[in-house]
Write a new protein. Structure first.
Length: 222
């Protein structure tokens, strides 16, 4: 049975373990959304160099109680992760992120699931635990930025999906450090989130098929 624990100094070694498997997210240490600006790749040109900086900075933020998230375990082995936090702790580099309706109080930004445990509901478990943690801290408007779907090779038209509240959305492409860690619309819908708008602009090809973009801004008040 899966269990969850929040990120803290006591669970930091488990976070390190999950982020040390070389699966692509190891260089990020879930720091991408904790910075208003990214580490300069002109100064630090390799992922290994960036990893050292991100690892150090994340550990410092955890010690200062300025980094939040949920670890998912199976038999005491960390297998999944969801990052959440106050909006000012996770600055979104998108000008009008808060201009539509009430500004978010919380954000849910990232998911990691170790190989061998994917497609088993681990991310959903992490999301529910994150929402419970937010509720225990007083709650508020929670904002997330999931993708609608990924390209499945069925042809562009078949990959366009309709999302209630915003309309047709195109598929996302790529892997880690692109879109695959932000979760899916359907996963957030199951937890009562509603789509409010589209975050990204669609490519000319997707626009010709009526698609608006591939990531959706979703909200829920807890």
């Amino acid at each position: 049975m899966y269990q969850t624990r929040e990120l803290s100094e006591s669970t930091w070694p488990d976070f390190e373990k999950l982020f040390s498997h070389g699966h692509g997210w190891d260089f990020c240490w879930c720091m991408a959304f904790q910075r208003a600006r990214q580490v300069s790749r002109k100064k630090f040109r390799t992922r290994a160099e960036v990893s050292v900086i991100n690892h150090r900075d994340k550990q410092q933020l955890v010690a200062q109680d300025r980094a939040h998230g949920v670890l998912v375990y199976l038999n005491d082995e960390p297998v999944g992760w969801c990052q959440f936090g106050p909006a000012d702790e996770l600055p979104i580099r998108e000008p009008d992120s808060s201009s539509q309706a009430e500004a978010p109080v919380w954000r849910v930004t990232c998911f990691v699931v170790n190989k061998g445990h994917r497609r088993k509901g681990v991310a959903g478990i992490a999301l529910r635990a994150a929402l419970n943690a937010i509720r225990e801290r007083g709650g508020g408007v929670v904002e997330a930025y999931p993708v609608a779907t990924w390209s499945c090779g069925r042809g562009a038209a078949a990959d366009v999906v309709y999302v209630q509240g915003v309309g047709p959305i195109g598929p996302a492409h790529g892997g880690f450090n692109n879109v695959s860690t932000s979760g899916t619309v359907s996963m957030f819908e199951k937890e009562g989130f509603e789509a409010v708008r589209v975050l990204d602009s669609a490519s000319p090809r997707m626009r010709s098929l009526g698609a608006q973009g591939y990531r959706v801004v979703m909200r829920k008040t807890v």
